[in-house]
Design a protein around this ligand. Sequence first.
Ligand SMILES: [Zn+2]
Length: 61
Amino acid sequence: MKISGDHEEQSREAGQAAGYCWARNPNRAGRCTRPPHHDGQHVDRYNGRSALTDTTGSTWS
Ligand SMILES: [Zn+2]
């Protein structure tokens, strides 16, 4: 899926409105699902898990 700059910004605003940091994961598809302005690494809880029972997925800083 190709995302233009305008759509990228709208998507980020929508994510933040929903209570997510929503920073793009630079390594793979997905976005940060932690609250905005959190400390430490970004975490995508919905991508990068090796099992459904994993509590965290991809992380990046
Ligand atoms: Zn984040």
